[in-house]
Design a protein around this ligand. Structure first.
Ligand SMILES: CC(C)(COP(=O)(O)OP(=O)(O)OC[C@H]1O[C@@H](n2cnc3c(N)ncnc32)[C@H](O)[C@@H]1OP(=O)(O)O)[C@@H](O)C(=O)NCCC(=O)NCCS
Length: 180
């Protein structure tokens, strides 16, 4: 499955591509405040990012760059990957790297738009994610858009020598009945 261009009130979503290569994007990936609770751990260069974006281009993947509609400024990315066709499930990931735009509701608007697309167009049944319990802004975002906690994985990750618990969260497609 490949991403297509989508739009919402203030934002436009473009399939992630080499067009997204920028110094700002490299800066986000090297910013400890951004990657604090993410698997990526910095040490990015423009060349490494270029290589990553070229690999993304060759894949069938639901991966979007999120942009302001007015200026086309790149704010971050959303990924729905992997998708499990047999079970109708997929894993959600978001990184809004442009810190100056945090707290303006962009992650919420973007998440609701992408999830709506996944449920109503692709007809996924369930979207899942993992998040570190200390990542308050992400946990609050996920709760606000309707994700529910399904489990807690104790001391699941080690970041900078410290153990962290992780939540497994999920949201079901309301159009699909899950009763037995
Ligand atoms: C987590 C992240 C996506 C939030 O982006 P954002 O654009 O600042 O989020 P929003 O402004 O859309 O906020 C969404 C909701 O979460 C809540 N929220 C956001 N940050 C919060 C915080 N620090 N404390 C409490 N609530 C918070 C807001 O109240 C908001 O709900 P509301 O609109 O009903 O008030 C962004 O900080 C980010 O990309 N962080 C780095 C990467 C990362 O950790 N990704 C998640 C990995 S699991």
């Amino acid at each position: 499955m490949k991403a297509i261009i989508l739009e919402s009130d203030r934002l436009i979503y473009k399939p992630l591509s080499i067009e997204h290569l920028s110094h700002d994007y490299v800066e986000w990936l090297n910013d400890p405040e951004v990657y604090q609770y993410m698997e990526t751990r910095g040490n990015y260069t423009l060349e490494k990012l270029e290589d990553f974006l070229n690999k993304v281009k060759r894949k069938d993947i639901l991966f979007w760059g999120v942009h302001l509609k007015d200026s086309l400024l790149h704010l971050g990315n959303i990924k729905i990957d992997p998708v499990n066709d047999r079970h109708g499930t997929a894993e959600y990931g978001i990184m809004m790297g442009r810190k100056s735009e945090w707290g303006k509701g962009y992650a919420k608007e973007a998440s609701l738009t992408i999830i709506d697309y996944c449920f109503n167009i692709i007809e996924l049944r369930k979207i899942t994610l993992g998040v570190i319990t200390n990542n308050i802004s992400a946990v609050e975002l996920y709760k606000k858009i309707g994700f529910k906690t399904e489990g807690i994985l104790l001391k699941q990750c080690i970041y900078d020598g410290v153990y962290h618990d992780a939540l497994r969260m999920a949201i079901f497609n309301p159009k699909i009945h899950h009763d037995e």
